[in-house]
Write a protein that binds this ligand. Structure first.
Ligand code: SF4
Ligand code: SF4
Length: 111
């Protein structure tokens, strides 16, 4: 049994979109091209390498929205165009559970 059960959905979690590292989400050329006209808003270059911008401890593409029940949901504003590394992190995978185990409280701090 997993010690850290994943939440019912990523919209209720958002943990893997949080980090204090400016180089947290590295982008390939393919990732940048997929972002299309959203690239300049959410991504940038640090040196010669491209990354998602990070802001206030989370990816700049992450948006927190109020839910009808008073809770919060964590919405990726580029979901259909998100980088491959985000696509590869499957909910419920060991990587996902590791994210929750190490950074579980952070998404609640996102503003
Ligand atoms: S993949 Fe896992 S850590 Fe990421 S938002 Fe979904 S449940 Fe949370
Ligand atoms: S691109 Fe979307 S899924 Fe990937 S870290 Fe940013 S907000 Fe999360």
């Amino acid at each position: 049994m997993n010690p850290v059960p994943p939440p019912a959905g990523c919209l209720a979690c958002g943990v893997c979109c949080c980090s204090l590292l400016p180089t947290y989400v590295r982008l390939s050329g393919e990732d940048w091209a997929r972002l299309g006209d959203e690239a300049e808003r959410v991504a940038h270059f640090i040196g010669h390498r491209a990354y998602m911008k990070m802001s206030a401890g989370h990816c700049a593409a992450l948006q927190v929205r109020p839910r009808a029940d008073g809770g919060r949901e964590y919405f990726c504003t580029v979901y259909d165009r998100r980088p491959q590394i985000c696509r590869d992190l499957a909910r419920g995978s060991p990587e996902c559970l590791g994210e929750i185990a190490t950074k579980g409280g952070r998404a609640g701090l996102v503003t």
